[in-house]
Ligand binder design. Structure first.
Ligand SMILES: NC(=O)c1ccc[n+]([C@@H]2O[C@H](COP(=O)([O-])OP(=O)(O)OC[C@H]3O[C@@H](n4cnc5c(N)ncnc54)[C@H](OP(=O)(O)O)[C@@H]3O)[C@@H](O)[C@H]2O)c1
Length: 179
């Protein structure tokens, strides 16, 4: 199966993925009585594994619920050498440049990857390693926080292949890299 690196992420109107305090409560503030998954299940069914930054891993570990992923999770970290014991059969640490990280994960047989976490996505974008970005825009202007994007050495052209509106309030765009 072809190698692909995909992003599926929610941002504020002004492009933040967490607020100034690192909080993400605003992501779930739109009433969602039928628990619409906004394409998440379909997206997840199309990936083999997740690659996430250590900060995002910490956030997920802090959720008051069971481990949410059925697929292998690779956690990028220079500060951690192993994940805590209770996550050993669920997640493992990988480090290196984005290309080295990809080589290690591809060698394990996982090719279609969900890339998650601000710094992690930015690192992959700097090497032009992101093939698809789905952004769900939550209607807040936060005025600061953890950004999805930062400066890049050169511009990257994407094309919009789909737009959906969920809950009559949330816009979701799907972009693929134009190569
Ligand atoms: N809105 C959303 O949909 C959404 C989605 C995901 C996350 N979030 C939120 O976004 C925030 C996290 O984003 P973030 O920008 O702080 O970063 P992140 O990418 O989750 O984590 C950054 C950390 O990942 C590690 N890392 C990244 N690239 C690496 C590499 N090539 N090699 C080794 N380690 C690497 C480093 O860990 P060490 O410091 O351990 O070395 C770095 O400090 C959290 O608040 C999370 O809740 C929101």
């Amino acid at each position: 199966m072809g190698k692909k690196n995909k992003v599926f992420i929610a941002t504020s109107i002004d492009g933040y993925i967490a607020d100034k305090n690192g909080a993400i409560d605003w992501l779930h503030s739109i009433p969602n009585p039928d628990n619409a998954d906004m394409g998440y299940g379909e997206f997840m069914s199309g990936v083999d594994a997740l690659v996430m930054g250590r900060t995002t891993f910490d956030t997920v570990c802090g959720f008051d619920m069971d481990w949410p992923y059925e697929k292998p999770v690779f956690v990028l970290s220079n500060s951690m050498s192993q994940v805590p014991d209770k996550y050993r059969n669920k997640a493992e640490i990988v480090k290196g440049s984005p290309n080295e990280i990809l080589e290690k994960i591809h060698n394990k047989g996982y090719n279609r990857l969900y890339i998650d976490g601000g710094k992690t996505i930015q690192g992959f974008l700097k090497e032009d390693l992101i093939d698809e970005i789905t952004i769900t825009i939550i209607p807040y202007v936060l005025g600061g926080g953890i950004p999805l994007f930062t400066a890049l050495p050169e511009r990257l052209e994407f094309e919009c292949i789909d737009t959906k509106i969920y809950l009559e309030k949330v816009v979701q765009h799907r972009f693929t890299r134009k190569r």
